[in-house]
Design a protein around this ligand. Structure first.
Ligand code: MN
Length: 499
């Protein structure tokens, strides 16, 4: 195993630009609503956790909004932005001197000021004093804009900052969340460069796994090769999500790889593999799925399903540009898959009739794709007040928005043979007539195919940031040993255009 890639430098400028973007947008909002431009954006960073009642420390990963604004990798921090002056202030935990025995040298405040390019650093026990000193507003109590709002993917709320002395401040819980979330939706060139690197190293790792997958291996050995490659050559200590390494009929289990299904099946001759794995680099992630036959040669049936999904994937990417509605892209993918299944004699009848019965959702029960960034399911998919579609398939979409220049969104159509979905649909009097029951039964146990790329929306179209072989002939060639060089792409690039 070798790699042509190495981890890039991470400019802390990236987070300074994120802070500037938020401040500009917040000031605009305050001025439009005739509110005074003072107070502090105030966030609490993530805290380290231990395993249940023990002292085993779990590996810390920074909270995503805090990571966006400050890039701080250590736990236990707070951060503030002074809306009036634009100053950025970090608050570091005051660690007892004896911790040096376990943690190494206790860093002075000046270290954090320099490393994170902020205006000031204090200890967390100085929050009230420092912010009262900095405050330029009129009121007796300085105003804190706290982060409180719904994550529309998890249905969980972000936790507003808490600290001793917060009663000495006015707090605003409603203003910050939608504004900061919208900042995260549109990526800067420096953010794109990190997402691109996460894509480059993950694409290379996927190719490495494809080449080395063999009948008789365990699924977790595929996961292991991916983790090794992205960490060894990309310095990626975290993945964006738990690896899904599904083979055979497991590939129809959308979130396979969880604790109760730990990627532990043995690869069989004739299986398709569906590998959904993505590394994270300096908080920014990738989310990539490849599907391929474990023995390196597609059968006719495998080609039929694979090409249906690939055609959908390619048609969506060809249509993507600012202004395009994501729900329409989902429907486009469904239609192409249904047409291919009809052509392959699995379905019978009129495509439009199938569409009005939502038959596409029987084969692709998940959404076409989601925003990607510091979180795999990056926030901002549904603007405040936006309603989730209600129809099967469409209601699984993590966004219903129109595309905007600067979004990064995954394109991940799939086609699966899931008994729990297909058996009732074949028995249902409204949908039964569309199925060629004999042909469909041949595909029981086939599992599924998904192809997933991370796509950046430019001013006139889009760029696919994922660099895996997609055409059947390319996959077969790579698995037989052909070269598939992945060159690091130089970004920032001009005008977000050609690369
Ligand atoms: Mn995804």
């Amino acid at each position: 195993m070798a790699s042509s890639l190495s981890p890039p430098e991470v400019p802390m400028e990236l987070h300074r630009l994120n802070r500037d973007k938020l401040l500009n947008s917040l000031r605009d909002h305050l001025s439009i609503s005739s509110r005074p431009s003072h107070g502090f954006v105030f966030l609490q960073g993530g805290e380290e956790r231990t395993r249940y009642c023990t002292d085993h420390t779990e590996l810390f990963r920074q909270e995503s909004y805090f990571a966006y604004l400050f890039g701080v990798r250590e736990p236990g921090f707070y951060g503030a932005l002074d809306v009036a002056s634009g100053n950025s202030i970090l608050f570091a935990p005051r660690l007892p001197a004896e911790y040096a025995v376990w943690l190494g040298e206790i860093k002075p405040l000046s270290y954090f000021k320099e490393r994170y390019m902020v205006s000031m650093v204090y200890y967390t026990d100085e929050i009230t004093k420092a912010l009262h000193e900095q405050y330029q507003g009129q009121g007796r109590k300085p105003l804190l804009y706290l982060l409180h709002g719904l994550n529309t993917d998890s249905n969980n709320y972000s936790k507003p900052a808490e600290f001793e002395g917060i009663e000495k401040f006015e707090t605003d819980m409603n203003t910050l969340h939608p504004i900061l979330t919208e900042c995260r939706v549109l990526k800067s060139d420096l953010e794109l460069a990190l997402i691109q690197f996460a894509n480059d190293i993950s694409s290379e790792a996927h190719v490495e796994v494809m080449r080395n997958a063999k009948v008789g291996m365990k699924e977790y050995q595929l996961e292991s090769m991916f983790l090794h490659h992205t960490y060894m050559f990309g310095g990626c200590r975290h993945c964006s999500y738990t690896c899904i390494c599904a083979t055979g009929d497991n590939s129809a289990v959308l979130h396979y790889g969880h604790a109760a299904a730990p990627n532990d099946r043995t690869l069989q001759d004739g299986d398709m593999a569906l590998l959904d794995m993505g590394a994270e680099f300096h908080f920014y992630g990738s989310d990539i799925t490849n599907s391929f036959p474990v023995n390196g040669k597609f059968t006719r049936d495998q080609s039929l399903i694979y090409n249906a999904v690939l055609d959908a994937h390619n048609a969506v990417i060809s249509s993507m540009k600012p202004g395009v509605c994501w729900v329409d892209m989902h429907k486009l993918a469904e239609k192409i898959i249904l047409e291919a299944l009809k052509k392959g004699s699995l379905l019978i009848g009129d495509i439009n009739a199938m569409i009005s019965e939502r038959l596409g959702a029987m084969f692709m029960p998940h959404g076409l794709g989601h925003l990607l960034g510091i979180d795999t399911h990056d926030p901002g998919g549904y603007l405040k007040g936006a309603e989730r579609p209600k129809e099967p398939g469409l209601r699984s979409l993590r966004t219903s928005r129109e595309l905007l220049e600067g979004m990064v969104i995954t394109v991940e159509p799939g086609c699966y043979f899931i008994d729990a979905v297909l058996v009732p649909a074949m028995e249902n009097s409204k949908t039964s007539r569309f199925f060629n029951h004999e042909q469909i039964s041949r595909f029981r146990g086939f599992g599924g195919v998904r192809i997933e790329s991370d796509v950046y929306v430019t001013s006139r179209g889009c760029v696919n940031m994922t660099k895996c072989p997609r055409e059947i002939k390319d996959i077969e060639a790579v698995m037989a040993g052909a070269a598939w060089p992945i060159k690091r792409t130089s970004i920032p690039f001009e005008n977000g255009e050609s690369r």
